[in-house]
Design a protein around this ligand. Structure first.
Ligand code: ADP
Ligand code: MG
Length: 236
């Protein structure tokens, strides 16, 4: 799948020093991320998946190496520029939704919309995503699957290049998890965002255009799926 390269990691490393112990969370990694692809990052707990996602999303800086976004090297830009990159280009989805509890579903999404110049219309998006009748609900009044939908709406309302999802189904039951994965797949194909899903759940790989398999801080294998499977057909 040779598409347009959106982001290029060159010899990127992330090391954490904890007192006497040095953890190589991400060993030297060189890899491209393509525009509009659905990428699944698979690996056991502690293999460096979140660290990789945080490098891509500008949440954290590498210990070494370059992260090339167009003509910019994100490892070198100042804090303000990195914040702008995160704000404009990246939408995050987390395992536990991270919604603001005293804002309604629509207000959670509107808050994110205010961060950019050309957000999607919030009302329309809420309907598209199946939350038309939940706009005025607070997070505590929503099921886990509904809360995750709100958090996905909050991420894509900004029309980010990247939709980065860290264990997005980790707190959901099986059937709800499949529906959330279906929504992410639809967003990728219909809206064209580059969607990256981090998971330890191997069958999820079947729905991806490309799969990175991680072990001990390394991407040990990259595979392509010529015919990704619809999320509804994944079984685990
Ligand atoms: P995964 O998401 O695959 O579970 P992580 O990327 O979170 O893995 O972590 C990879 C390794 O880096 C783990 O050994 C973890 O303990 C360590 N690590 C991650 N974040 C930090 C941190 N902020 N400080 C110290 N060690 C960390
Ligand atoms: Mg993780």
């Amino acid at each position: 799948m040779a598409g347009d390269v959106l982001l290029r990691l060159e010899q990127v490393k992330k090391t954490y020093i904890m007192g006497e112990v040095t953890v190589e969370a991400l060993k030297e990694t060189t890899v491209d991320i393509y525009k509009g692809e659905l990428l699944v990052v698979l690996g056991p707990s502690g293999s460096g998946k979140t660290t990789l996602l945080n490098m891509i999303g500008g949440m954290d800086r590498p210990t070494a190496g370059r992260i090339l976004f167009g003509s910019k090297d994100l490892s070198q830009v100042n804090d303000r520029e990195l914040t702008l990159y995160r704000r404009r280009e990246v939408g995050f989805v987390f395992q536990f939704y991270n919604l603001i509890p005293d804002l309604t579903a629509a207000e959670n999404v509107s808050l994110a919309a205010e961060l950019v110049d050309d957000p999607l219309p919030v009302d329309r998006l809420m309907e598209d995503i199946g939350l038309g009748d939940r706009k005025g609900h607070f997070p505590a009044q929503l099921s886990g699957g509904e809360q995750q939908r709100v958090s996905i709406a909050r991420a894509i309302v900004k029309q980010p290049l990247f939709l980065l999802c860290d264990e997005p189904t980790g707190a959901l039951d099986y059937a709800t998890g499949i529906k959330v994965l279906g929504l992410l797949q639809e967003i990728c194909s219909k809206r064209g965002n580059t969607v990256i899903i981090v998971t330890h759940n191997m069958p999820v790989a079947d729905m991806a255009d490309r799969v990175f398999r991680m072990r001990s801080g390394e991407i040990v294998e990259i595979t392509e799926n010529p015919e990704p499977v619809p999320a509804e057909r994944i079984v685990w």
